[in-house]
Design a protein around this ligand. Sequence first.
Ligand code: URA
Length: 248
Amino acid sequence: MRRPVKLEQILFSQGFGTRRSCRALILSAAVQVDGLTCTDPQAEFAPEHVDRDWLFQVNDVSWTYRKRALLMLHKPAGYECSQKAKSHPAVYTLLPDPLRTRAVQAVGRLDQDCTGLLLFSDDGQFIHRMTSPRHEVPKLYEVRTSDPITDEQITRLLAGVVLEDDPQPVRALACVRGGDHLLAMTLTSGKYHQVKRMLAAVGNHVAALHRSQIGRLRLPADLGVGQWRWLSAQDEALLTGTAQHPND
Ligand code: URA
């Protein structure tokens, strides 16, 4: 049997500050469990119960307990994926404080001007699983180009193009034309500015770039620009290849 966990410890693990500030939050009657205010920082809860999407409120905001933080954000344009953003706000400013205190990291990057599906986590193993070149997780990009896309350009993107800093050619796993200026391109590697540089290498130019899918996980249509949500177990299985997308 696992030992019961104290309320103060639960809040601390979820990013609500130092143990002392978690204790102060509870004592100030800001925390509710099962709809009831709990002012005892030492109140104990069964870990088996807490692990199962336990619900609590802090200052009237509802939270679900998560042992590991795994989440997705619909990234807007105009945000940098860096912790120390230079010329635009950081994507981290779109997340609530407890997630930032838990030190979630963006899983890979999207350029400042790119939009779409961006994952975050505080689980090093998960981040490694998603970003390691060995796992070749496919990512689907919707590309709008400045010039019309030619058959020859598609053939070259699929065959492989050489980027200036690496003699090893990089190729698209799939390239589907969706219109004169629209291309759905799947990549399994994630080099710096890869889509933009590949399109430049074949003589075109990226006018807009949106990531709509990672693995089999699609950016949900109801996740608004700038919004985030937790990943479900099904989402995680779609990412790691152990589940099919329901519409596939
Ligand atoms: N390729 C790019 O050029 N930019 C991104 O943000 C992602 C892939």
